[in-house]
Design a protein around this ligand. Structure first.
Ligand SMILES: *Cc1c(COP(=O)(O)O)cnc(C)c1O
Length: 834
């Protein structure tokens, strides 16, 4: 069957098996097609069986993935249709480009280094009264995100706003054909994602390709490089293009602007307008300028109308925040936006996080979908059902009118106020609650009601940075090497359960913890990945078996104890359950070889005894064998690392020969992955790199910081020169100072060695040194040079102040600081978007 015959344009497009709930409803599955894509980190072809079980019957598959095994498997799905192509992604892109051709409406295409999503969201807010708008959900701007966004366009839309992001040369061409902008906005150019490009000019030129067919192009002429390249490249290929450039520095441009505090004066072809702008930080001003110039260019309103729209503008929250709720609930706060594509993303995040709680969704009317009401709400109800939501709460007049589509037991309120006054929030307990509403419904009031108040010191964990880092290491090791992730010590301080849930969602191969109770806690949070326990004490053996935790075996003593424990246990079970358990599978164990660390592990010459023992006790199976490099992060130990590798290979070869099967071999930690790709073997053990520290220092910028430790200023006071601050009069002032007391001390993990000016914190853009000794729960810093007020946010480490630097200042390693953030510090998790 060809793609034309199938008319895939009419289908719902699925590219991620997790978009489909356990039991896709018939309407949903009947109209859905799954595009199996082989990516750098995932291969969609592995999920065809799963999707078939869920009811999907149409698949696009790639020829190169159709190995004999897979072909044989597909034959079993006799009633499904398979379309074979060279590249599923390319087909998605081609189909989306064809879809776009059916519409003759203005389409705004946005690219640039920063601000794309904000400009898109703000433009959509500002133009909401004039157009029915289709836009990219969140920051869906990739090679796959763009076609999926544009595929949403339907006959009722009168404007499209889509963003495009690229990180390598030659990526824009495909996106251009799909978006086919009539109005282009080039937000700015920065240094992000430079790695794929030879020069900044090359990067600008590639981005400009998005606009080759546009009628109008908007950008800030103060970026001289953009101005130059745009004139050079676009004027030649598209002579009719209208450039609407703007400047705030007096550079030659079509529109000239000046800003005094929040008063903006703007002159251009539309005359001169005076406006008061709602945000005045430099990034917001730039984003606003693009929007204002675009509005004036579209000529839909006059200055007064524009001003009243600007007054209603709200900050864009692109984050899906995970918050601790009352009554043991977890909240997913997505209270500023509501469209069907965004709902799908938020539900998949709910799915990912919610492995044990009851799922609750609180949703407002979907505004501006452009779809007929009944079709829209049937679709929404299907999504809710497919994601196994146990309790649905709908808020808004239109949802209430369409309640017939939703499961029995769903409840509806005409307004947010009605919900807040009539609904008893005590009914919500032990639940994972998604709160998602369009702006006018002010769902932040609901979040406020349901949230457990956090104050003071907190560690923010960026789940997208974690994913980014995971992908970086996955790419490094390639598809044929598995990944075990170390989540010991509370996932290096980042919070084990949430991190493990994310890792399970991204399908890593193994997890490892130090102690049995850490493994138990993961199981209780719904983690079913295999888990290795590195310190399996005999008194925890029963727990290991009960929770399917797999011990590291490092000595003959431990081997014998575990094996006889397992034998006894299996005997008892055999008696109790007769023949069924006689075939019980051998218990997986992990052998640790000591190749030079001299910590735990078998020395090479002990292996013959180990092999003999294992051969006579068939109840154990060596699932993996591993060792640990002592100096993977430092070049001075290269020859020792090499020696360890050789010893390890000899040991594993002996083991293999003796056992008659081949256990999975693993040697490398995070630094090793970067420095010794040739040693990656069958699996690697990823630790600190995932949490944002690239410890080999070879590829420092490749990973993103994951944790940001925040605290607040409790009090500020003026202290004259000559006085002392804190215990033991250690902080004697040599100037009249403003001293701020922070709500963090060494009991929270703010190391005492950072006191007395050794360490700094970051307050409103200024680094402020500590003064005097760090106390148990408080620390004093000098804010004489900083704009600071009581209650202000303070960053202890994060993007602005790297933890590696902090560690260096006190002569320790980032591991110690990360794991030292005390458990009394609340962890808050968030996603940036998409
Ligand atoms: C903690 C640990 C790792 C991870 O090391 P990183 O340097 O954090 O990547 C790997 N292997 C073993 C045995 C470990 O204990």
């Amino acid at each position: 069957m060809t793609t034309q015959e199938l008319q895939l344009d009419k289908f719902r497009w699925i590219t991620d098996s997790r978009q489909v709930g356990e039991q896709a409803t018939t309407t949903q599955s009947g109209e859905s097609v799954f595009f199996a894509i082989q990516g750098e980190h995932h291969d969609g072809h592995n999920f065809i069986g799963e999707l078939y079980q869920k009811g999907i019957r149409f698949f696009v598959v790639e020829r190169s993935a159709l190995m004999p095994d897979l072909r044989a498997e597909l034959i079993d799905y006799a009633d499904a249709q398979f379309v074979e192509v060279d590249s599923s992604l390319q087909l998605v892109q081609t189909l989306a480009a064809e879809h776009r051709r059916q519409f003759r409406i203005p389409v705004v295409g946005i690219t640039g280094s920063n601000g794309k999503t904000i400009v898109k969201e703000w433009l959509a807010q500002l133009l909401a009264d004039d157009f029915v708008i289709a836009k990219s959900p969140k920051s869906y701007n990739s090679q796959l995100g763009v076609p999926l966004s544009v595929h949403q366009l339907n006959a009722s839309h009168t404007l499209g706003i889509f963003e495009a992001g690229i990180s390598r040369p030659h990526e824009m061409q495909a996106l251009e054909a799909i978006i086919r902008s009539t109005i282009g906005i080039f937000t700015n150019i920065g240094t992000a994602h430079d790695e794929g490009f030879r020069t900044r000019k090359q990067k600008i030129a590639e981005k400009l390709r998005l606009f080759i067919h546009a009628e109008t192009l908007i950008y800030c002429a103060d970026y001289a490089d953009i101005d130059e390249e745009a004139n050079l490249l676009l004027k030649a290929v598209n002579t009719d293009m209208r450039f609407v450039t703007w400047s705030m520095t007096g550079r030659e441009a079509v529109c000239q602007a000046t800003l005094e505090q929040d008063r903006l004066t703007l002159s251009g072809p539309f005359g001169t307008v005076l406006l008061t702008i709602p945000f005045t930080d430099p990034a917001s001003v730039e984003n606003l300028m693009h929007c204002i110039v675009a509005m004036l260019t579209l000529r839909v309103l006059d200055a007064d109308a524009l001003q009243s729209r600007l007054n209603r503008l709200r900050p864009v929250s692109m984050r899906l925040e995970l918050k601790e709720g009352i009554n043991n609930c977890v909240l997913i706060d997505d209270s500023y936006n509501n469209d069907v594509a965004g709902l799908q993303l938020a539900l998949s995040f709910l799915n990912q996080q919610s492995t044990r709680g009851r799922r609750v969704v609180i949703l407002s009317d979907v505004l501006q979908s452009g779809q007929p009401e009944s079709e829209l709400y049937e679709q929404v109800a299907n999504l809710i059902r497919a994601n196994r939501v146990e309790q649905f709460i709908g808020i808004g007049p239109v949802l209430t009118q369409n309640r017939r589509f939703f499961a029995d037991g769903s409840i509806f309120f005409p307004t947010t106020d009605a919900f807040l006054t009539e609904f008893s929030v005590r009914e919500l307990r032990d639940s994972d609650i998604l709160v998602k509403g369009a702006r006018p419904f002010s769902f932040e009031r609901i979040v406020n009601r349901l949230q457990r108040k956090v104050h003071g010191t907190l560690l923010e964990i960026n789940l997208d940075a974690l994913t980014h880092n995971l992908n970086y290491y996955r790419e490094k090791v390639g598809a044929n090497t598995k990944i075990m992730v170390m989540v010991k010590a509370f996932a290096y301080g980042s919070g084990s359960a949430e991190v493990a849930q994310l890792l399970q969602f991204h399908r890593v191969d193994y997890l490892a913890v130090a102690y049995a109770d850490e493994g138990v806690s993961l199981r209780q949070h719904g983690i079913d990945l295999p888990i290795m326990v590195m310190n399996p004490a005999p008194e925890t053996f029963a727990t290991l078996l009960e929770y399917s935790l797999e011990p590291e075996i490092y000595s003959i003593r431990l081997l014998k104890e575990w094996s006889s424990f397992v034998a006894k246990h299996t005997e008892a079970e055999t008696v109790a359950l007769s023949s069924r358990s006689a075939q019980r599978k051998p218990c997986p164990i992990h052998l640790k070889i000591d190749t030079g660390m001299h910590r735990l592990g078998f020395l090479e010459d002990e292996l013959p005894v180990v092999i003999e023992y294992l051969k006579s006790y068939s109840n154990l199976r060596v699932e993996t064998v591993f060792s640990h490099l002592v100096g993977a992060d430092e070049a001075q130990f290269n020859s020792f690392s090499q020696q360890q590798f050789k010893t390890f290979l000899r040991a594993t070869a002996a083991l293999e020969a003796g056992l008659g099967y081949r256990p999975t071999r693993h040697l490398l930690n995070s630094a090793g992955i970067v420095r010794f790709p040739e040693y990656r073997l069958d699996m690697v053990r990823l630790g600190i790199g995932l949490y944002g520290v690239e410890s080999s220092q070879l590829d420092k910028e490749a990973v993103r910081p994951v944790g940001t430790l925040h605290t607040v200023i409790s009090q500020i006071k003026a202290v004259p020169a000559g006085e002392s601050v804190g215990y033991s009069r250690r902080g004697v002032l040599d100037h009249d100072a403003r001293i701020a007391t922070l709500a963090i001390g060494y009991a929270d993990g703010f190391d005492r060695r950072l006191g007395n000016g050794v360490g700094h914190v970051w307050i409103n853009g200024v680094r402020c040194p500590t003064v005097g000794n760090v106390c148990m729960d408080m620390t004093m810093v000098d804010v004489t040079q900083a704009p600071a007020a009581e209650g202000d946010d303070v960053i202890v480490f994060g993007d602005e102040l790297r933890i590696t630097e902090l560690a260096r200042q006190i002569g320790t390693i980032p591991y110690e600081l990360l794991t030292g953030v005390s458990e009394r510090v609340k962890r808050v998790f968030f996603k940036e978007g998409n």
